[in-house]
Design a protein around this ligand. Sequence first.
Ligand code: FES
Length: 211
Amino acid sequence: MTLPYSEIVMEHFQNPRNVGRIEDPDAKAIEGSPACGDMVAVYLKVDEATHRIEDIKFESYGCASNIATGSIITELAKGKTIEEARDITWQEAADALGGLPPIKMHCSVLAVDGLQAAIQNYEERHGLVKEAIPTDEAEVRRRLKHVMNPQVGLDLIRTKLVQNVEIDAGTVRIHLDMPSEHQFANNIREEIVEKIEPLWDVQIVEVIFTT
Ligand code: FES
């Protein structure tokens, strides 16, 4: 089956702009699609005084539509302030690509979600969160869905490694069903801290292993 991709989609797929990663970014996010299991990472460099996005890069582990959308949203976002870039919608991205086959809409949603999550990460890291909703267990678990257990290639929630989440006055304690001498224990701990620590009301993240 050949999907009716527009010429713009094909051009961005074949020559994607702003591909790669930024070392030492001011913000980053990795988003996964529940629809297909693919992932996209977005990195930002932002001018602290003006909030303007000076550089943006993305890595896609998705399909042609996802790569093309990642390419177009980085073009749309570059040079905008984070407040302006926050308003970029998947509809805008899809329109800028000359449309996408309906079956591929979730791929552009994934790329735009990646951009929005990176902007949120910037706001959290820089104390700019407007709607200061207290962190709850659901939010912690949502973020833990982005931490992989490299042994099986699935996230911590799906592999049922998270036994318990406690939130207490700025401390988040995550109990894992995994011994501390597990070969990936340190990597997993680092990834958890990286995902949970930027939350605006979290000061300490503790990862507790079974032994
Ligand atoms: Fe997964 Fe397109 S099918 S991103």
